[in-house]
Design a protein around this ligand. Structure first.
Ligand code: PLP
Length: 407
């Protein structure tokens, strides 16, 4: 019988533990490079100016209430989210081959997609290939629904660059029908993305080997700073006729972290019965969503919908994205310059070559530990830093700390 007394204690989530340790540290020198959330030049959370405007619009709207949303979520949010990731001119949208469900941010979108696969894929279940390394929750979400997880190489430790041959070799030998989780842009944790040509090569192999792409897009607009560049891979795969799953998050790019605004999209391949496939998938997603969360949260989706459906606010949002991605790029440059100036042992070009919120520094767990104990710098054990945690006040201090621990 079920005996809760026999349940073993689980380990704490490493990143949430890091946050607690950082908050408990009373030193004046603390630097938080752990949390995957944008911080302004004073290390404070930033409410995007566009989001402030959208909130004001929402408050004044006499129709604004706190009713339940439909099971699939806010229709104006879903359609705009779809256009944002696939492109407003997407043929798949025109041909009614896409269905979209509002989810509990990106994590909920990955979960809904994983659940759909676990329920409807033939037995034995297909393998789910996840990059090594990846956002650690990928493994957990797919494992939780009973899908077998495998890994493909992604990062070359020697050059600190994308391991294109490792990834393509593994995909070449993956069993037909396997699911491949792909980070659409700004790979977490490495900050290393395939080039357009490398995406084309990956798509070719996946097509030939009949692999199913499951895109996770948590950082659209955070990599290059441009929404329409950061969705290149997703658009390309759709153009190549793949059927794909997409998990989309508005946590980072709209700074709506705690509002949990996200979407899951399914795109069917072009064929005479594509829209019938999409409708059947949508009907099953509806059942899954109802039994898991009933209906998604309203507030964040309303804010996002106001911005995404207003051309003026949309363009102001792009300015906000450039502010965030621009500050991150500037901090990468400052950190590299400081390390060069200190003649810190090692090469640090990867700091400026990597993209998005994170940098995989190459620092070892021993370095990370020393940085924390001696310098009050908090970062993931893997050596990942959230570059957004750096600013003009602490970047030189962090460089000095790194210089000290690697010597
Ligand atoms: N996917 C990746 C790769 C992420 O890095 C994150 C957040 O860190 C998520 C998904 C999910 O984020 P959220 O559930 O906050 O939208």
């Amino acid at each position: 019988c079920f005996d809760p007394g026999k349940i073993p204690a689980a380990p704490n989530d490493p990143l949430y533990s890091l946050v607690s340790a950082y908050e408990a540290d009373t030193s004046a020198d603390t630097v938080d490079l752990g949390v995957g959330a944008y911080r302004d030049e004073n290390a404070k959370p930033w409410i995007l100016p566009t989001v402030r405007k959208a909130k004001a619009i929402l408050e004044k709207d006499p129709r604004h209430d706190h009713e339940y949303l439909p099971i699939a979520g806010l229709p104006t949010f879903n359609s705009a989210a779809q256009s944002l990731i696939l492109g407003a001119d997407s043929v798949a949208i025109k041909e009614n081959r896409v269905c979209s469900f509002q989810t509990i941010s990106g994590t909920g979108a990955v979960h809904l997609g994983a659940l759909l696969i676990s329920k409807f894929a033939p037995r034995p279940s297909p393998d789910v290939y996840i990059s090594s390394p990846s956002w650690p929750i990928h493994d957990q979400v797919f494992t939780n629904v009973g899908l077998p997880v495998k890994h493909y190489p992604y990062f070359r430790k020697d050059t600190k660059t994308f391991d294109v041959s490792g990834m393509t070799q593994t995909l070449n030998s993956a069993p037909k029908g396997s699911i491949v989780v792909l980070h659409a842009c700004a790979h977490n944790p490495t900050g290393v993305d395939p080039t357009s040509d490398e995406w084309i090569e990956i798509a070719k192999i996946m097509k030939a080997n009949e692999l199913f792409p499951f895109f996770d897009c948590a950082y659209q607009g955070f990599a290059t700073g441009y929404l329409s560049q950061d969705n290149f891979a997703v658009r390309y795969f759709v153009e190549q006729g793949f059927q794909i799953a997409i998990a989309q998050s508005f946590a980072k790019n709209l700074g709506l972290y705690g509002e949990r605004a996200g979407a899951f999209h399914f795109v069917a391949s072009p064929s005479s019965n594509a829209s019938s496939t999409t409708n059947r998938v949508a009907s099953q997603l509806s059942i899954l969503q109802r039994s898991e969360i009933s209906s998604p949260p309203i507030y964040g989706a309303q804010i996002a919908s106001i911005i995404l459906n207003d051309p003026q606010l949309l363009s102001e949002w792009e300015t906000d994205l450039l502010t965030m991605s621009g500050r991150i790029k500037k901090m990468r440059k400052c950190l590299k310059e400081e390390l060069d100036r200190l003649q810190t042992p090692g090469t640090w070009d990867h700091i400026v070559n990597q993209i998005g919120m994170f940098s995989f520094t190459g620092l070892s767990p021993a370095h990370v530990h020393e940085l924390r104990e001696k310098w009050h710098v908090y970062m993931a054990e893997t050596g990942r830093i959230s570059v957004a945690g750096l600013n003009d006040h602490n970047v030189a201090y962090f460089a000095r700390a790194v210089d000290n621990v690697v010597r």
